[in-house]
Unconditional design. Structure first.
Length: 238
């Protein structure tokens, strides 16, 4: 891959003349896809929005991981099938390397296996490439607002995952305290324990305690089960 395919493009740009502090900082977006045409198309969609700024791009997973760790963008738009490291491996490593960066998967893969695996890794969105022209900006906005975005074509798949389990969380949900419900809704929407603690005015350890109690009452062991339930309850965008 040539240097032009994987490069850091810089940080937040200067404000437009005459606007100054009146305009909030642009969301910093990093792009990772091994197909130049797709990468160019996604970049065009993102840069057409004045509230978004592309800060870097890469055509392979290793470069994406390194540069995202260095640049710390707000959102990484990540393909699954890439050389070096695939999107699943990049998402897994970024959990520790750049935990505040939200990951939006942009892929052709519609199978349940990838969706389950990536939701368990904590990605904030899963969008199909065939929907990108209509849905990409909406997905970015949902994720930036603290939600999870699932492509409408596969959202039902999330509801169907682990459907064979006897508990749908309905009985446990009735036993949740108000604080446990607040925490579990925010967890399903992709908030970190730190951000929940700040918003709710409680300690991060308390957030973890409420989360653990809620997951136990709902009989959920994984984030996939929680997201599936959240989708069925209408908690999530998309």
């Amino acid at each position: 891959m040539s240097p032009s395919r994987a490069r850091a493009i810089g940080g937040v740009g200067a404000s437009d003349p005459g606007v100054g502090a009146a305009r909030p900082p642009a969301l910093r977006i990093y792009l990772a896809d091994d197909h130049p045409i797709v990468l160019a198309g996604v970049k065009a969609l993102v840069t057409a929005d004045a509230g978004l700024k592309v800060v870097g791009e890469a055509g392979d997973g290793r470069t994406a991981l390194r540069q995202v760790t260095e640049l710390k963008p707000d959102i990484l738009i990540l393909d699954i099938s890439m050389p070096g490291l695939n999107g699943v491996q990049v998402a897994e490593r970024l959990r520790l390397a750049c935990p505040d960066c939200k990951v939006l998967i942009l892929t052709v893969h519609e199978d349940r296996g990838y969706l389950r695996q990536l939701l368990d890794l904590g990605v904030a969105g899963y969008l199909l490439k065939r929907s990108a022209a209509e849905e990409l900006i909406r997905a970015i906005e949902a994720i930036a607002a603290g939600g999870i975005y699932l492509d409408p074509a596969i959202a039902g798949m999330a509801v169907g995952m682990t459907a064979s389990r006897p508990s749908d969380g309905a009985s446990g949900a009735a036993n949740l305290s108000q604080r446990e419900l607040e925490v579990i809704k925010m967890t399903a929407s992709g908030h970190s324990s730190k951000s929940m603690a700040a918003e709710l005015g409680i300690a991060a350890k308390s957030v973890e305690t409420y989360k653990a109690r809620a997951m136990e009452k709902l009989c959920f062991r994984t984030r996939v089960e929680l997201v599936r339930y959240a989708v069925s309850q209408g908690w999530l965008a998309g």
